[in-house]
Design a protein around this ligand. Structure first.
Ligand code: ZN
Length: 673
């Protein structure tokens, strides 16, 4: 909020008297969200200074007619002055995103200030220079000169010539599953979509070329390099585009396979393998030691780490071997490999994880440790026999994870305060619930990090140990030798602990030992596999814990989900559908947000993840209800009446704040009546 012109850097050089005089000439205008303050193409008759609120500056792409977000501006920033200076029509539209107040400065007054106060004119020139620089950095798009790049002809063939010409976008490099696309208009999302349809799972990095350069390149180098083996058939008139796309996709996939196997990675294997030497394993051994197989395995691991994947799936299918990565919680196909690499690749992974390569009928568990850019990274590997061969899933455990911290996870201040109050209790149990992949472990570790202090004895029983916590005794559970959660927990209790973390409560013995620990003065953190906070009590009762024990030992329950975060660079407001508003309890026509797709989010409109929480802290009423064995629905309703924000309510807050989308939330928050 700007209260006086002297708060604005641009006018800081003016004397208080000049500021006051200028303020006299400014007219205050208020805008509701979605209202257009300045329209592209209209005459520029005034400049605006934002006093409060937030606006989006958008420009229409003349080719596609699609509007692109150029920037967002807030209090203290000006817009509209460019048209006053250039005397040309407005180059962009400006739309209020929030309720916004501006001070409007008419052309005559603007010109008078510029004339009478050279320091303001200079300041404005500096502001323009900075804006330009920021715009360049923000876009992060480089210029290239096509004459100076050496291009692999195979890369050119990744995108069919018809699309290259249509969009003036030519592929010039492919490395680490990233395609560099030289474009005359890097904001052309239609081009991104078309290329992505052919090259599934490939990241596209746009660079800018001038139209002259593009035309010259197409008529000379492109023609020469592609003339020999143009694999794509030119589209005959009347032939549907989809058929061309399907053919292009198949040949692009084959080329990518070739390029991938050419890659050599800087991945070092931390622990080399002790290779078993039994006769029967000879064939598998030699298949797995083939140099291309070693490179392929390394490249899959390296690529997954670079892309920030959490899991790698190697899935033998009838006709190929599909490699999928889980990125931001969503599984996506990265590669389809020929069936002939299956045996070698899977054997290689099994050797690296010290599994028995001859055993293919039973599930196995192992681990791989690698160093990547001098950072230790572990892969927890599991195999199961499938119809078309062994399926391998590798969970990536990046132990240097720096995302820990409750304040980094929980964006809503009252919820954060509630969780911190629970963590600060001297004894009792805090349950974190949610389905697999909902971020329970990260929440637990972040809670532990808050109380980790040399004066506190913290012990954890985990499966697997996902992060290294300095100063904490961490034990890996090994059920096959009898080292169960319950067994580790009982051993800990003899070691005078203050705080205990039990990775998962899934049986009566563990649940019972945890309750006992809590009631004898320990603070216990654990997870349960339930959908809502209130159902945790039902689950514990089903496990055979007496309701009165649950009631007296529980501090609170945190239910959570992870949704993908809306890309903050390309989000745009829209008026929500009546059905969404009704479901989330929002007023009709509430402004929600969706991602348009941009270079920053790879066109998906989503980037990173965000937590959705439902925190139920026990109070006298809830304790009584739990002790009586009240149904979960009634406990949930009572907690809501006490002011609890449930998953749906929390999701609604994220939606109105433009942090995620209705589709994302609908896919992770169960829609119950
Ligand atoms: Zn984006």
């Amino acid at each position: 909020m700007i209260s006086s012109l002297s708060d604005v850097p641009l006018f800081a050089g003016l004397s208080p008297a000049d500021c006051a005089a200028l303020e006299q000439h400014m007219q205050r205008c208020d805008f509701v969200p979605q209202s257009v303050i300045v329209r592209e193409g209209s005459a520029g008759d005034a400049a605006f200074l934002i006093l409060s609120g937030q606006v989006a500056v958008r420009r229409k792409d003349p080719d596609s007619g699609v509007e692109f977000l150029l920037s967002e501006l807030g209090p203290g920033q000006m817009f509209g002055e460019m048209a006053l200076l250039t005397k040309k029509p407005r180059a962009a539209s400006v739309v209020a995103i929030e309720p916004t107040s501006c001070a409007k400065l008419a052309r005559a007054d603007f010109e008078r200030v510029m004339r009478d106060h050279p320091e303001v004119a200079l300041g404005m020139a500096a502001a323009f220079a900075e804006r330009l620089e920021r715009a360049n950095q923000h876009a992060g798009v480089d210029f290239v000169s096509l004459g100076r790049v050496r291009i692999d002809p195979r890369v050119l063939q990744l995108v069919p010539g018809s699309l290259v010409t249509e969009h003036q976008a030519v592929p010039i490099a492919f490395c680490n599953n990233r395609l560099t696309l030289a474009m005359t208009n890097p904001n052309n999302i239609v081009a991104f979509d078309d290329v992505r349809r052919i090259l599934k799972g490939v990241m596209i990095e746009p660079v800018i070329v001038t139209e002259d350069d593009f035309r010259r390149f197409m008529s000379t180098t492109y023609a020469q390099l592609t003339v020999k083996a143009e694999p794509t058939v030119p589209r005959p008139p009347g032939r549907p585009a989809a058929t061309v796309a399907a053919g292009a996709k198949a040949s692009a996939t084959a080329i990518i396979d070739l390029l991938q196997s050419d890659l050599v990675r800087e991945l070092q294997l931390a622990a080399d393998t002790q290779e078993p030497a039994a006769e029967t394993k000879q064939d598998l051994m030699s298949a797995s030691e083939d140099a291309p197989i070693i490179r392929l395995a390394n490249s899959i691991l390296g690529l997954a780490i670079k892309q920030g994947a959490s899991d790698i799936h190697i899935e033998p299918m009838e006709g190929d071997v599909t490699i999928r990565f889980r990125i931001d919680g969503v599984l996506q196909v990265v590669q389809r490999l020929p069936k002939k690499v299956q045996l070698g690749l899977i054997s290689r992974v099994k050797i690296l994880s010290r599994l028995d390569i001859a055993e293919k009928r039973l599930p196995q568990d192992g681990r791989i440790s690698v160093m990547m850019e001098s950072k230790p990274i572990d892969f927890r590997v599991s195999t199961v026999p499938g119809k078309w061969g062994e399926k391998v899933v590798m969970r990536i455990l990046d132990k240097s994870n720096t995302h820990l911290g409750l304040d980094k996870l929980i964006s809503h201040a009252p919820t954060l305060a509630l969780v911190r109050a629970m963590v600060a209790q001297p004894y009792g149990i805090v349950y974190v619930t949610g389905p697999t992949g909902s971020g329970k472990t990260t929440t637990l570790y972040s809670a532990l990090a808050e109380i980790n202090d040399p004066g506190v004895n913290i012990s954890t029983a985990e499966d697997p140990i996902e992060y290294d916590l300095p100063g904490v005794t961490q034990i890996q559970v090994k059920a096959d030798i009898g080292l169960t959660f319950a067994a580790v927990l009982r051993a800990f209790l003899r070691q005078d602990p203050d705080v205990l973390l039990v990775g998962e409560t899934r049986d009566k013995e563990t649940a019972h030992t945890a309750v006992e620990a809590a009631l004898t003065g320990h603070l216990v953190f654990t997870t349960l596999h339930t959908n809502s906070a209130a159902v945790a009590f039902t689950r514990l009762t089903e496990m055979g814990i007496e309701p009165f024990l649950v009631s007296s030992s529980t501090i609170g329950v945190i239910a959570q989900r992870l949704a993908r975060r809306l890309c903050q660079s390309c989000k745009e407001p829209y008026a929500a559908e009546p059905a969404s508003c009704a479901f989330f309890g929002l007023p009709a026509g509430t402004t929600l947000y969706r991602g348009r797709g941009c270079a920053s989010c790879g066109g998906s409109g989503l980037k990173g993840r965000i937590g959705i929480y439902e925190v139920m802290k026990m109070n006298a009423e809830l304790r009584q209800m739990v002790g009586r064995g009240t149904r979960a629905e009634e406990i949930h309703a009572a907690a809501l009446a006490n002011g609890m924000v449930d998953l749906k309510g929390y999701a609604a807050m994220l939606l109105t704040e433009g942090l995620t989308t209705v589709e994302e939330v609908a896919s992770v928050v169960s829609i119950e009546s």
